[in-house]
Ligand binder design. Structure first.
Ligand code: CA
Length: 230
């Protein structure tokens, strides 16, 4: 099993550094940032498997970030463990109500947090899942959020991954931009159709690294098709 990517969002530097040290072991890769705004940039960039999120942050609060992510079709499956200094039952209930997967009150032992991380990952199916989609020599590992071409692991953002998952589930068919928007981004999100073109371009670039850019074909006046044959 490959490593799990954990993103820690904590504005207090001492705690952030402690978490970075304590969690960077075994099969966990840890990235730590000090604000929700930075976290959003990281999330758009790398495949994060679990978020450890402080409740009180400057700017967008941890609770607000958790609420936004759980309402976003792209991130609603992302497990979140909320950290807080407050011990009040009402906060705990609020945190779980907005969809956080677990909750820890400071101070806590890093060991306990690691145990909670593993428990959440098991519960949400990120540990021990082996769902794979195969098309030609492309393999998409759903559980691990990894794409490989001819055995080589590729660097894919969450959106490109979802787009790839849709294409590999529905090869050889032509889809309009609107259809792709609905299927990959969800109806609840307002995104312009040209956003589809941007992500198609990025995905083609990834495929081009292994000479497979022609697998995504532009069907003039209609949309796109994913296929081995041109
Ligand atoms: Ca804080």
């Amino acid at each position: 099993m490959s490593n799990l990517n954990i993103l820690v969002v904590e504005d207090e530097e001492a705690i952030r550094e402690m978490l970075l040290m304590a969690l960077s072991q075994g099969d966990l890769n840890v990235t730590a940032v000090g604000s929700a705004e930075e976290a959003l940039r990281i999330l758009a960039d790398i495949n994060v498997d679990l978020l450890v999120l402080d409740w009180v942050l400057p700017g967008i609060s941890g609770v607000e970030l958790a609420r936004r992510l759980k309402n976003d079709s792209l991130y609603k499956q992302l497990p979140i463990i909320l950290l807080t200094a407050r011990g009040e039952e009402a906060d705990k209930i609020r945190g779980l109500e907005i969809g956080a997967d677990d909750y820890m009150t400071k101070p806590f032992s890093p060991k306990e947090l690691i145990a909670r991380i593993k428990a959440v990952m098991r519960r949400t199916g990120k540990l021990g899942e082996s769902g794979q989609l195969t098309y030609g020599d492309l393999v998409l590992d759903i559980g691990q959020h990894r794409l490989s071409i001819a055995g080589k692991g590729m660097d894919v953002s969450p959106t490109e991954f979802k787009l790839m998952q849709f294409f590999m589930t529905n090869p050889d068919k032509v889809f309009s931009r609107t259809h792709l928007l609905d299927q990959v981004w969800g109806r609840s999100v307002y995104i312009e159709e040209r956003t589809v073109d941007v992500h198609i371009r990025r995905l083609r670039k990834i495929l081009a690294e292994q000479g497979r850019e022609e697998m995504i074909q532009t069907v003039r006046g209609f949309g796109y098709r994913f296929s081995i044959t041109g």
